[in-house]
Design a protein around this ligand. Sequence first.
Ligand code: MG
Ligand code: NI
Length: 474
Amino acid sequence: MGKKITIEPVTRIEGHAKVTIHLDDAGKVDRAFFHVNEFRGFEKFSEGRPFFEMPQITQRICGICPVSHHLASSKACDAVAGVTPPRTARLLRELMHMGQVVQSHCMHFFELAGPDLLLGFDADPAIRNVVGVIQLDANLALKAVALRRYGQEVIRLLGTKRVHPVFGIPGGVNAPLLPESREAMLKPLDEMIANVQAGIAVAKGWYEKNRALVESFAVFPSGYMGTVGPNGELELYDGQVRIVDRDGRRLVQFDPKDYLDHIAEHVEDWSYLKFPYYRKLGWPDGTYRVGPLGRLNACDSISTPLAQAELKAFKQLNGGRPVEQTLYFHYARLIEALYALERIRQILEDPEICSTDILTPWSTVTGEGVGCIEAPRGTLFHHYWTDENGQLTKVNLIVATGHNNWAMSRSVEMVAKAFVDGSKLTEGMLNRVEAAIRAHDPCLSCATHAVGQMPLEVIVYGSDGREVRRIERA
Ligand code: MG
Ligand code: NI
């Protein structure tokens, strides 16, 4: 009789879900699933509220990505109010977003992925964590801490000292950038760029030494989605959404407000999280990946020089074809962190950045608005419908972790089949399955639109349906 393995909770990801691994009679992996199994309807909860409260309300969806929700919501509110924010307000929102990208990407690379990469998938779980990384390379850990703090500081200087920033409002932002805050953001930039470059050097060294693993770990074709600017360059705050196919050919490029024409969502009874796909190709042919890997595969270039040089190297990793290797998510993440730092300098050096022209007033409502940004984890849509008084009648959110739901499920199954042997189970085998999920940096509190955190577990079942092994780490 076969067996079933469950890894629960999967550690070092944000939130809570479950992996189940089903073994056949010979102890080999038959099937594996990534379940997201809790749901609290944030969309329903928001109905009846005034639309302009949403930038404050929606950032409470998630303690990990409050800025992403805050800004996507602010953009949706601009559309509901029928106004375009002044140029300076747009730049300041993008600046806050870049702070979050630096903070989120660097924390992920150094603290969440780092333990596997630097200490090894089979290292003792007691040391395979951020403390182990500090013991191994204290200097690198300090650089990571500095990067995370810098990203937080950019957010804090713009959004006041509150935990949840109050900054974006319909039509713009509520405070100009002070010259002393601009100085405080500019001063550490060279050091921060050097810190990310040190991380990139570590990553490249690791890829060099682990080529066989990289080429056997969740490598599969898919579509890729990301936002681009007018010349096909990477955009994280605003632009058109592009989807390319497994060969890198453009399938579609659309204004985010038309997303429902292009994106549909598939439902499976074993997961509360829906599976978005490109409507025209249908399910499952239209599945795609988002986030750093999706964006760097979808864009043609990056508008800042250091990140562009890295993008050129990235584009050659798979012989000029889209990069299919899941473990290259980590490299893509660092390239984006480098871009975000370079972009912070461009924004801060803009002659209008300290202007006080930061708000376009509004008086009536259009009744509908879509806001879209590239959150660190991938494309985030907020879509609001209101009555004539601006009270919300319907809300739809599609979050990054949702877009990657199919890819995470596929990665889990591939890695389980390649690395898990039910007859001699090790903790390291199950950690590889978790790492396949972690590479996508999922945010499960966002995915379920739930408030707070949910743990994730891995459970192995035999073919008789009995539980064989369960991993639950706090
Ligand atoms: Mg939704
Ligand atoms: Ni989140």
